[in-house]
Write a protein that binds this ligand. Structure first.
Ligand code: GTP
Ligand code: MG
Length: 356
């Protein structure tokens, strides 16, 4: 899973990126103008993987990972140009979800107090403009093709979808709130519109006001999924040993590390869950969307496994723990053979039988 950190200049994106990844990218109080995004990969902590690894003693243990991309700061919608078309923003399209970091502390250089709702609106309208530019350009091309006599159904479907998209964007609404039929959605998927991506808001609060922003969070939650961080504070926690960090977190009433909180939040937002593969060679966690079937899960591992899918051997992590061994799982009749349509459950342990 890939999550892009976006936001206005000096909103604390790099600070939060450091807090999440444990990296130590330079923080500046002035806008760094650094165009190249920062990349960091973090493991998804999962006690279940640890336990499975202890049980199977594999050569390799592989956790699921989340990649974070820390983008250059946006300037807001003042020039009314395509902020997301600029250099350094190209990778936004590759993200599975975007995390919008908003400043909830006084700007250290200007002293400006935060104006979070205005900031969120300004980014949202930047994103809307960017999508609008793409959609309008494409619609022009589609109309041109039609004039030239091309009347394929796929083209007409795309035209209809684009018209809906444009009308919605012109109403200042993001595509993620537009109801498209699934074939319409498919016809525009290739454009990877930014406002179609799942979006969460990271309220980046000062150490002093962290935990006291209920009314602001409530306001934001009318539109967005919101999570609060104390960016600077949580970045500093990485420099402490575990015990010290735990004490500071208790003081601030922070329940888990920035990394673990955002992981859980993202899985929730995106509706992701995990399944496992186990064996002598490798114990590994995989991430899929809830509601995925066995073939989709197989495809995560390798396209050949989806293509040549025969059956999924399946038992659940909880059953395994309760039984104590795979042998007892089988004896208790909890070891199953599932077909293509089987909906994979969080914590399933799968072995795909296939032939290509
Ligand atoms: N008080 C306070 N200051 C913060 C917090 N997070 C970041 N800052 C400060 O805000 C300034 C900018 O932080 P960065 O993390 O570089 O912000 P950015 O969004 O990456 O900035 P650009 O990449 O230039 O757009 C620095 O002076 C940070 O110390 C926070 O949670 N509280
Ligand atoms: Mg930065």
């Amino acid at each position: 899973m890939k999550i892009g950190l976006i936001g206005l200049q000096n909103s604390g994106k790099t600070t939060i990126f450091n807090a999440l990844t444990g990296m130590d990218v330079e923080i500046t109080s002035y806008s760094s103008q650094k165009i190249e995004p920062n990349h960091g990969i973090v493991q998804v902590e999962d006690k279940r993987v640890e336990k499975l690894s202890n049980m199977y003693n594999p050569k390799k243990t592989i956790y699921a990972t989340i990649e974070y991309i820390d983008f250059v700061g946006l300037t807001g919608n003042k020039e009314n140009n395509d902020a997301f078309g600029g250099t350094g923003m190209g990778l936004v399209k590759t993200a599975d979800a975007l995390a919008l970091v908003v400043r909830n502390f006084a700007d250290s250089t200007s002293g400006d107090s935060p104006d979070t709702l205005v900031d969120v609106d300004s980014i949202e309208s930047d994103m809307i403009i960017s999508d609008l530019i793409i959609a309008e350009k494409r619609l022009e091309k589609v109309e041109l093709s039609k004039k030239r006599g091309i009347k394929e159904t796929s083209l007409l479907l795309e035209e209809k979808a684009l018209q809906k998209v444009i009308a919605h964007l012109e109403n200042s609404k993001p595509i993620r709130t537009l109801d498209l039929a699934s074939d319409e959605e498919k016809s525009i998927r290739g454009f990877q519109f930014i406002t179609q991506k799942p979006l969460m808001v990271i309220l980046n609060s000062d150490e002093d006001n962290f935990g006291n922003n209920d009314s602001l969070i409530h306001e934001l939650e009318k539109t967005y999924k919101v999570i609060e961080f104390a960016g600077s504070f949580e970045m500093e926690l990485n420099k402490l040993d575990e015990e010290e960090a735990a004490e500071f977190m208790l003081d601030m009433n922070i329940k888990a590390s920035a990394r673990d909180r955002l992981t859980e939040f993202s899985y929730d937002l995106l509706g992701y869950c995990s399944f496992f593969t186990v064996g002598e060679d490798e114990v590994r966690a995989w991430t899929i969307t809830q509601g995925s079937d066995a073939v989709e899960a197989a495809g995560k591992i390798h396209t050949d496994l989806a293509r040549g899918f025969i059956r999924a051997e399946c038992f659940s992590y909880n059953d395994l723990i309760q039984c104590g061994s795979e042998k007892v799982v089988r004896e208790q009749g909890l070891f199953r053979l599932e077909g293509k349509k089987y909906i994979v459950q969080d914590g399933d342990i799968l072995n795909i039988r296939f032939s290509v």
